[in-house]
Design a protein around this ligand. Structure first.
Ligand SMILES: N[C@@H](CCC(=O)N[C@@H](CS)C(=O)NCC(=O)O)C(=O)O
Length: 215
């Protein structure tokens, strides 16, 4: 059964597709254009009632929330492709911890930066400079914690690449390219080495090449 993934141009969807590539899961994409309102049609809202991307359909099983989707498939295909959940309960705990950090500490200020700087102007929103400065300050504090962690651990959850690292790729990429804030990564030696490692994985390079960003 080929899994259908909606909205490959968007960052949260790339989190899911990268997981599929790592886990060697067959998938097909369905384009959804947010700028044309295709995420708010009655048909789309039947699948994802909050009107955001991604959502997947696997036969008659429908699932949304990108991190729920990657957890589901990493568990379902545990013995296929790259092991992404750790091999012990303790490793799994750390994978979960850093997935939560990504979702609640790393992503929120970065998402707001992306909306303010990249999406906003396209939608007629004037970027709020005070907010942009605050977002950057918050993100810098988060990255200082990462720098500390990555000075003693090759990957966030331990010695192996996991969902915790993978989950940072889509929005981390905005720092390096769209937002032009690569110094936030490069000024931190261990974060910089970690970023080079994870962003050079063939899975991520393939996803970036196949699905150019929407902005
Ligand atoms: N927590 C959700 C967030 C999804 C999300 O914010 N997706 C963005 C694209 S990266 C979106 O659909 N934005 C369109 C909108 O907000 O109208 C997830 O991880 O799936």
């Amino acid at each position: 059964m080929v899994v259908k993934v909606y909205g490959p141009a968007y960052a949260s969807t790339k989190r899911v597709i990268t997981c599929f590539v790592e886990k060697e899961i067959q998938y097909e994409v369905v384009d959804v254009n947010v700028f044309k309102g295709q995420n708010t049609t009655p048909e789309y809202l039947q699948l994802q009632p909050f009107g955001v991307l991604p959502v997947i359909q696997d036969g008659d099983y429908t699932l949304y929330e990108s991190r729920a989707i990657i957890r589901y498939y990493a568990e379902k295909y545990k013995s296929q492709g790259t092991e992404l959940l750790g091999t012990t309960m303790e490793e799994r705990g750390l994978v979960e911890q850093w997935l939560e950090v990504e979702a609640h500490n790393f992503q929120p200020p970065l998402y707001d930066l992306v909306v303010q700087v990249l999406f906003g102007p396209k939608l007629g929103v004037v970027p709020d400079q005070k907010r942009i400065k605050e977002d950057e300050e918050k993100l810098a504090c988060v990255l200082d914690v990462y720098e500390q962690r990555l000075s003693t651990s090759k990957y966030l959850a331990g010695d192996s690449f996991s969902l915790a690292d993978l989950s940072h790729l889509p929005f981390g990429q905005f720092l390096m390219t769209g937002l032009g804030k690569e110094y936030m990564i490069r000024d931190r030696k261990h974060v910089s080495a970690w970023w080079d490692d994870i962003s050079n994985r063939p899975s991520w390079k393939k996803v970036l090449q196949l699905y150019p960003p929407a902005v």
